[in-house]
Every structure is written in structure tokens, then in C-alpha cells.
Design a protein around this ligand. Sequence first.
Ligand code: SAM
Length: 227
Amino acid sequence: MPDTKSIFNSVAKNYDLLNTLFSFGRDKQWRKRLAQEIDDSELVLDIATGTAEVAIELSNNSNRRCVIGIDPSHVMLELGQRKLQSMGVTHKIDLVQGTAEILPFKDNKFDAITIAFGIRNTFDPMKSLIEMKRVLKPMGKLGILEFAVPQNKIFGPPYMFYLENVMPLVGSIFGTRKEYKYLGDSISEFPNREYFVSLLQDTGFVLQKSIELMIGTVIIYIGVKEK
Ligand SMILES: C[S@@+](CC[C@H](N)C(=O)[O-])C[C@H]1O[C@@H](n2cnc3c(N)ncnc32)[C@H](O)[C@@H]1O
């Protein structure tokens, strides 16, 4: 199993910039859409929060009481914390260190949970989903934003080429070739959408909808915790 904590500690410095580059400037819109899908939930947990981009989007809703962001990488969290300070939103968002597999919160605590580009990086996605269900209130919403390989026969092969070759090449310019090779591979190796939906259902979520963005290279899954 790759050491994702050290991978993200290494890429943290240029993470936001490369995200924008690799997504052709679309990544902020995708996170905004995820935050919109979570509606007015008061207390929201953002897992794999990284540099707090989703947490910040979530905090823009005036009905939000508090957002907690959790991530194992202290370097990502430090950058996130600096961002919160420069934006003056530290009173709305708390950042804590930890993993999705062992969430340091009591049962039925959160009104909603988000995880953006993170579920495929957890050591054990099923264990993580079970933990999410534990800390989510009954009927609480889970929003998962994740990459996918497009099923379209025309876009699939060039996208695979992009993941396997272009991402590591651009990563190498920033001294992080092997890290971006891992990130590209983790997208192509992540279970397909049908399998992932069955995982969601097996762990006790009802799929409310899935939204395909950018010709199926990005998907938002919205699930609800069964009572
Ligand atoms: C691709 S980044 C996404 C960051 C952020 N959500 C965003 O939208 O930019 C993936 C994040 O997952 C975190 N991560 C890795 N393993 C994890 C785990 N087991 N539990 C929770 N987060 C994890 C990494 O530290 C990293 O910050």
C-alpha cells in the first residue's frame, strides 16, 4: 500500500496550482457544485480536506453552523490553515488531523459529510464508508466527488494516456513525478462507477443521484444514510 500521507506531504506545496492546471481550471466549480448539493446542513464534516478548498466552499452558506475538515497530511493542513487565516474564516472552519478509516467523532454527529478526490486515496474505502455512516445522522447526506475513467470509447483511451503520461510528466517539472504517477494510477485503478455505487449501498447508503461532469471524468455521488 503506498504511503499516501508522505505522497500528499510532498505534493502539498504545488497542490492547488497543479489541480487548477490538470482540471483546466474547472476544479473550483466542481467543489462549488458539491457544496451546493449539501444544501443547508448545519454541521458538516469534510474528509480528506487537504488545503481546505471544499471546507471553504461549504462555509459560504449562511445556514452553516460549523465545518470540520479532517486529513492525515499535516503539510496540507498547515497550508489550509494559512488559507483560512488569510481569508478570515477560522471561526467557521476547524481543521483536525486524522484518517477516514478512524474518525475521531461520536456516532450520529454530523448533518452531512463531503469527501472530494479523497475516497480513492484512503487505505480502505469500505471501512471509510462504514465510518462515515457511523458519524452521520440518520437521513444525513454524503457527497462524494471523485474522478472516473469515461465510459465513452472515444474519450476513454486519450484520458488514460493523459493519466499515465501527461500527469507524471507535468509532475516531474515540480519534482514530484512519482507522486503524480501514483495519483494518475489511483484514478485509473479506482473501481468503476457501478462497483462504487454497490459499495455505497452495501455500507448502508441509498444513492440519491450521481452527477457526471466533464464528459464523465468527474462524478458527484450523493447518498443518504438509511435510518
Ligand atoms: C487529492 S487530495 C484532495 C484534497 C481536497 N479534498 C481537494 O478537493 O482538493 C486527497 C487528500 O486525501 C488525503 N488522504 C489520504 N489518505 C487519507 C485517508 N486514509 N483518510 C483521509 N484522507 C486521506 C490526503 O492527505 C489528501 O489531502
